[in-house]
Design a protein around this ligand. Structure first.
Ligand code: NAP
Length: 286
């Protein structure tokens, strides 16, 4: 099965829109996401424009606060504090990367955990690692791992007792997806750049989550027949310049029970998870 992330994203947005359309009567307003964008990074500008578009489709109010590239750390912290204090703002996304004069760690820790829509604050990270169940209504988990889990659920993939290998151990993708898989009783191995004999490890996996950042790194010889693959990678194919994942999709897909393409797999769902996390922050903080 080639997983259609765009289709699922449309379904989620449409059900969010329906649900949120009832909020003005019930709660007096719709959820509000504020995106703090510092500087002029091209990828960030594109992502934020996409957030605005998809928030509008889901019926969420999206306010982008733009600060110039040369902003000081104090400028950023002051603006963030205003958003923390604003009772009409339910969720705050701090768009990364921040300019080099601004400490990412300091800014993230200044974010009110109750408004942390990407699950990046220590409070939300601790919740994820302490809880044995992934109860999204109680705390925020990072958007991309939430999307990966949503895909596995929508595809009807049984996780209990299965061998999962997560390739990549970043705080924003690899580690949270590891914990979410463990919460579903998968047996999870985390691989990284020091892992010995990754192909042998991958060949034993029922489920592979690739979050590496290397174009077409996972090839057909590394994957067993019937494997399930969630490809989180977003790379540029050096041969064609086109977007590609971490998996050599053209040669691997035929062996898989289920695989997510790039583009059109995890990507469209990440923004949906952002909208769901905003809705959840809104409901949690009523
Ligand atoms: P990251 O912070 O650079 O982490 C990459 C991880 O891959 C690291 O843990 C690294 O190991 C591991 N790795 C690198 N080379 C490897 C190798 N040869 N063998 C085994 N492991 C290797 O990246 P990230 O932020 O997690 O993102 C990963 C990919 O997902 C990127 O392509 C990114 O663009 C994409 N992404 C997509 C979405 C989405 O919405 N679809 C969202 C976020 C990220 P070490 O720890 O040993 O260095």
């Amino acid at each position: 099965m080639i997983f259609d992330g765009k289709k699922l994203a449309e379904e989620i947005k449409s059900s969010l829109r329906e649900e949120i359309s009832t909020y003005p009567a019930k709660y007096g307003r719709v959820p509000c996401l504020s995106v703090l964008l510092v500087g002029d990074d091209y990828g960030s500008q594109r992502y934020v424009a996409s957030c605005e578009k998809h928030a509008a489709l889901a019926g969420i109010d999206c306010r982008v606060v733009r600060l110039p590239q040369e902003s000081s750390e104090d400028d950023v912290l002051r603006t963030l504090e205003e958003l923390n204090q604003d009772a009409n703002v339910d969720g705050i996304l701090i768009q990364m990367p921040l300019p080099k004069q601004v400490s990412q760690a300091k800014v993230v820790e200044a974010l009110d955990p109750k408004k942390d829509v990407d699950g990046v604050t220590d409070t939300n990270v601790a919740q994820l690692w302490k809880q044995k169940k992934s109860d999204y209504s109680r705390f925020s988990v990072p958007c991309t791992p939430r999307s990966a889990m949503r895909i596995l659920e929508a595809a009807g993939i049984e996780l209990d007792g299965k061998n999962a290998v997560v390739v990549g151990r970043s705080n924003i993708v690899g580690l949270p997806v590891t914990k979410l898989l463990m919460n579903q009783n998968a047996t999870v191995t985390v691989a990284h750049s020091h892992t010995k004999d990754l192909p042998a490890l991958l060949r034993k996996a029922d489920i592979i989550v690739a979050a590496i950042g290397q174009p077409k790194f996972i090839t057909a010889d590394m994957v067993s027949e019937g494997a399930v693959i969630v490809d989180v990678g977003i790379n540029s194919d050096p041969a064609t310049g086109k977007m590609c994942g971490d998996v050599d999709y053209e040669n691997v897909a035929a062996k898989c029970r289920m695989i997510t393409p790039v583009p059109g797999g995890v990507g469209p769902l990440t923004i949906c998870s952002l909208m769901e996390n905003t809705r959840d922050c809104f409901l949690r903080n009523l």
